[in-house]
Design a protein around this ligand. Structure first.
Ligand SMILES: NC(=O)c1ccc[n+]([C@@H]2O[C@H](COP(=O)([O-])OP(=O)(O)OC[C@H]3O[C@@H](n4cnc5c(N)ncnc54)[C@H](OP(=O)(O)O)[C@@H]3O)[C@@H](O)[C@H]2O)c1
Length: 596
């Protein structure tokens, strides 16, 4: 007679599904660091839809997804699902898994009960018009990351997946290695192979950021498999041999350069020149590594804000920068001149569809891509694995957790093809460097139910009721567009102010700040700089706001434009007439410093 619940590691007879299972769950009342949020509970084994499969999980992979799920930010995944009509008040995460099929829905032709499979985390509704039309299901509004945005992921004895998510388990790999790679491998595969004319091909030079990381290690191997020439960027000499053993032609240590970050202003000849020197030196290093003067046709991007300007600069004419994340920040700055004149492409990419997941898995099946498993954990250590990730103390490479498998190193049933032999990751290499967080992990950008054009209301942000008129300086000190920068500078010095409003026909047409003046001086002789006309140095189309605007809105306008001040207007005779100025100094002094 079938049991209601099996002990962990006691596999039920093949095809026999108990009513209950052991699962690592997260609940809203425990949201917080993983060691607080995850607890083992006994929950019902889920029912299947006709296109679904029940997997007896042997091992599951570890990803940042479930660190965010445990914290409950930026979305409460449980509440989001309940809003969509799902009854469960708990989350069973896990977006990578390997195991044995125990039951299939009536429409499922493959896999069948007893098949050993790995799971990719692309989940969508087969009845969605986008999916039915044959369009890429990654464009479907029903796309969800399984085990993060859906329930019943890999962190329980049984997982519920859609049949199309299943792929054959590589016979030469252990359960834990099988569970560790598909999320990153499929993401890297789509980035490198999906984008038509920019799909990676033989002899293409590809620059791979974070070559020793989860995505980077997959990207290097995928490039090698097609005969391309990957060059890896790393942050330490100790990772160079490792990346080379994966197939990198050579490596660049990013610590040798210091031009990272957003682009300096294009008017800043000196700052821009300094940045350009750094970017050129980085490009020259690529040539060094290659042994020829060839630019990368593809740039494999995920650090984001700090590296995008360089990525775009070093990308070959007609090449592509493909981006799946903004780990260091989301505000990417682009020098459009290089983009259009050299006809480069910036392409966003997110996870993968079935075809790409299969493409990635095929390379693993053939032994051409190794999972790069860095550390495996026991079932009881699941919170620890996520806690290490939360604290950035986890090793590079991919991690996995035993679920149904009782011992490490089991599950391999065939000889290793040995095609992708490589060195182990450098000893002791974690995401933390002497206590310093080296990968400021960005949160996933979107909430579960975010549809870009749905809902017109702004998120509710509390305001303290302060208006611009409460802090502004009343009265304007202004300059004419045809005055010289020298004349404007004298006016500023005499009045002890940091900017003048440029007025023409009683309208504010620009603002000349100290920064604008410094920019006018950059790269010019002193006398030449003095004679620059205000209209050529000012920041045009000056930002204005009404005196009755909430202070928080005015601050948002200033920070969006990286401006330190905004011209305040008031309605007079049907026109917006400039009557004062609001500066960041006022905001700091009056709104923060005086309150403290
Ligand atoms: N959209 C998707 O479908 C998708 C899928 C998977 C992952 N992701 C995202 O992609 C990002 C990378 O994932 P991963 O698994 O590869 O993470 P990972 O294993 O932590 O590797 C990231 C690598 O980036 C490098 N790095 C860190 N800070 C950097 C900086 N300031 N400049 C340049 N490189 C830097 C590090 O290598 P060095 O220190 O050696 O340079 C690190 O090894 C994460 O944000 C992840 O959430 C997105």
């Amino acid at each position: 007679m079938a049991k209601d619940l099996y002990d962990l590691g006691e596999a039920p007879p093949l095809g026999e599904v108990p009513r209950k299972m052991h699962a690592w769950t997260v609940r809203a009342e425990r949201f917080g660091p993983p060691e607080q949020a995850f607890q083992v509970e006994t929950v019902d084994v889920p029912e299947l839809k006709d296109d679904e499969v029940l997997l007896y999980v042997m091992a599951a992979g570890v990803n940042y997804n479930n660190v965010w799920a445990s914290l409950g930010i930026p979305v409460n995944v449980i509440a989001a699902r309940q809003k969509q009509g799902e009854p469960e008040d708990f989350h069973v995460g896990g977006s990578d898994a390997a195991g044995i099929v125990y039951k299939v829905g009536k429409d499922v032709t493959w896999p069948q009960v007893g098949d050993e499979v790995v799971i990719h985390c692309g989940h969508w509704d087969r009845n969605c018009p986008v999916v039915r039309s044959g369009e890429d299901p990654m464009y479907s509004p029903t796309f969800r990351t399984w085990g993060f945005e859906t329930n019943y992921g890999g962190f329980a004895q049984f997982a519920k997946v859609q049949a199309h998510q299943c792929l054959p388990k590589p016979k030469h790999l252990t359960w834990e290695a099988s569970a560790s790679y598909l999320l990153v491998a499929a993401t890297a595969y789509r980035m490198l192979r999906r984008w038509d004319e920019h799909g990676v091909k033989k002899d293409d030079v590809v620059l791979v950021w974070g070559g020793a990381g989860g995505l980077g290690s997959m990207a290097i191997q995928i490039c090698r498999a097609v005969g391309a020439v990957p060059i890896a960027v790393v942050s330490g000499e100790d990772k160079i041999e490792y990346c080379k053993s994966l197939g990198a032609k050579g490596c660049i240590n990013r610590k040798e350069f210091d031009h990272w970050g957003m682009l300096p202003h294009w008017k800043d000849n000196v700052g821009y020149g300094k940045w350009l020197k750094g970017a050129r030196a980085f490009g020259a290093k690529i040539w060094d590594v290659l042994g020829e003067k060839k630019a990368p046709r593809l740039i494999f991007e995920h650090p984001g804000e700090t590296t995008i300007p360089t990525s775009l600069f070093v990308c070959d004419t007609g090449g592509m920068v493909v981006i799946c994340a903004g780990t260091t920040g989301y505000n990417a700055t682009v020098d459009l001149r290089y983009l259009w004149m050299r006809q480069k492409r910036v392409q966003g990419s997110h996870f993968a569809n079935d075809e790409q997941a299969q493409g990635a898995n095929d390379l693993v099946l053939k032994g051409l891509v190794d999972p790069c498993l860095s550390r495996a954990f026991s079932f009881d250590e699941l919170p620890l694995a996520h806690q290490l990730m939360y604290e950035n103390k986890h090793p590079h490479g991919n991690m996995a957790i035993l679920i149904g498998a009782t011992e490490f190193g089991t599950g391999a049933t065939a000889a290793d093809p040995h095609l992708a032999d490589h060195l182990p990751l450098p000893e002791g290499d974690t995401h933390e460097d002497n206590g310093v967080r080296v990968t400021p992990q960005a949160m996933p950008q979107l909430g579960l139910d975010s549809q870009p054009f749905e809902g017109t209301e702004e998120p509710a942000i509390p305001s303290d009721g302060t208006r611009v008129r409460d802090l502004m300086h009343v009265g304007l000190i202004s300059a004419k567009p045809d005055s010289t920068v020298q004349e404007a500078a004298m006016m500023m010095l005499r009045s002890g102010i940091h900017a003048v409003v440029v007025v023409e026909n009683e309208q504010a047409v620009g603002i000349l700040t100290q920064t604008d003046m410094v920019l006018a001086r950059q790269g010019r002789a002193k006398d030449e700089a003095r004679q620059v006309k205000v209209r050529d140095a000012m920041t045009p189309e000056c930002m204005t706001c009404d005196a009755d605007t909430p202070l928080s809105d005015a601050i948002a306008t200033m920070t969006t434009h990286r401006a330190d001040r905004i011209v305040v207007t008031e309605k007079k005779g049907g026109r917006d007439v400039p009557t004062g100025i609001l500066s960041m100094t006022d905001v700091i002094r009056k709104a923060i410093a005086e309150d403290a």
